[in-house]
Design a protein around this ligand. Structure first.
Ligand code: UDP
Length: 381
């Protein structure tokens, strides 16, 4: 099967890391087209997945942009659309992985009669998208042969925004469990003997809620420290400054470390005692939650969106209300005070997650449906 995959980003966010795993089985004869250059291109090259950067300029329009900004970016989009249309003719199917890729891919699908598949990694709600962008995305996605929602949460917001339920289904991200049980522990951050380290693995962005964990530290004993892994991928520099100010104001300089974006998440997780996931808005899926489980680490997450689907409270992790630092601190303390039970839950979560999110199964599910999409096209009147 020859697939043209499209993604707007040159950075390795969750959607891109998922695309890497989805595209791998099709590397012979397929192509990933990116709308900007960046570390994600190098990562794909490392994995021998054919990749091309299709645009030399970054498209200005953002999720929250108005239709006017959208219109003004047409001059950037047209050459890209022309390039994608030309490329599409060499492939059986167009697989779009991000909203801007959907816009370009939908036009190419219409003009070349290639079926369109959209992997939806976003909650199409007003917190994340302007009304005009939501309308546009849903209208275009409704032309797809299949919309793969990465959680019930993304699927239900898609349907609530006018998306067709009959073309959409949920497929959770897949992972390779064996990668997460390596015993290599990174020495790349200091863990003192009596310290209890909470890891936070997310790009730095206000809705990812790093500030909630920082505030929670003030309600925890002094030996509780935190390490933040991830960078501001989409220009959230003001938030980064605010985090540093918050740490100074709360006198937490010795209890917080920022490591920036890291490619060795698994070994860093291995060096933490507990993982916190603190999104203040509904998380579309939450790869980090599954990764923590696969590492056998206890994970506390904010109860909203995909996170609430992944975690069964007290069974394979713990849920707290989003945006509530005190509740988070109380949960941390409760888990510490009964550490044996906490570890038992984490170990059971590891076993369960290895089966539930196995990449091989997920890729099989996707392959079957893509084959069906192509068969339906062949026999269509
Ligand atoms: N990640 C990474 N390095 C970092 C921070 C995060 O490789 O420094 C990875 C993390 O392991 C996860 C992904 O980025 O696989 C983030 O996915 P998630 O669904 O948690 O959030 P998103 O970025 O898609 O909102």
């Amino acid at each position: 099967m020859k697939i043209l995959f499209l993604d707007q980003s040159g950075k390795s966010g969750g959607a891109e890391l998922c695309l890497l795993d989805t595209a791998k089985p099709y590397q012979a004869g397929s192509l990933i087209g990116l709308f900007e250059d960046g570390p994600f291109r190098s990562l794909l090259e490392e994995h021998q997945i054919p990749v091309q950067v299709l645009s030399q300029t970054t498209i200005r329009v953002r999720k929250e942009s108005s239709w006017l900004t959208g219109l003004s970016s047409l001059s950037q989009l047209l050459p890209l659309v022309a390039r994608v249309v030309q490329l599409s003719r060499q492939y059986d199917l167009i697989f779009v992985n991000t909203p801007k890729a959907l816009v370009v891919g939908a036009v190419a699908s219409f003009l070349t009669d290639r079926p369109l598949v959209y992997h939806l990694h976003d909650i199409l709600s007003r917190e994340h998208f302007s009304a005009s962008n939501r309308r546009l995305l849903v209208t275009l996605a409704n032309r797809a042969a299949w919309v793969i929602a990465n959680s019930q949460a993304t699927r239900s917001t898609f349907i609530a925004a006018g998306g067709r339920s009959e073309i959409s289904s949920v497929v959770y991200n897949g992972f390779q469990p064996e990668k997460y049980t390596q015993k290599s522990v990174s020495a790349s951050f200091q863990t003192g003997i009596s310290k209890f380290t909470i890891g936070h693995f997310s790009r730095l962005s206000p809705w990812k809620g790093q500030h909630i964990l920082i505030e929670a530290l003030t309600h925890c004993p002094e030996d509780v420290t935190s390490v933040f892994v991830g960078d501001a991928l989409f220009g959230e520099q003001k938030y980064v400054q605010q985090l540093h100010q918050q740490i100074e104001q709360l006198g937490l300089r010795d209890r917080v470390q920022f490591l920036g974006f890291r490619a060795d998440v698994i070994s860093l997780m291995g060096a933490c005692d507990l993982i916190a996931h603190t999104s203040t808005a509904a998380e579309p899926f939450g790869r980090v939650i599954v990764e923590a489980m696969l590492c056998g680490k206890p994970v506390i997450a904010a109860k909203a969106g995909g996170a609430a689907e992944l975690i069964d409270h007290g069974v394979n992790g713990w849920l707290v209300a989003p945006g509530e630092p005190k509740q988070l601190a109380e949960m941390i303390q409760a888990l510490r005070s009964d550490w044996q039970t906490t570890i038992a839950v984490a170990q059971s979560a590891q076993r369960q997650a290895s089966d539930r999110f196995h990449l091989e199964k997920v890729n099989q599910q996707i392959h079957q449906r893509l084959t069906q999409v192509l068969d339906d096209r062949e026999y269509a009147p």
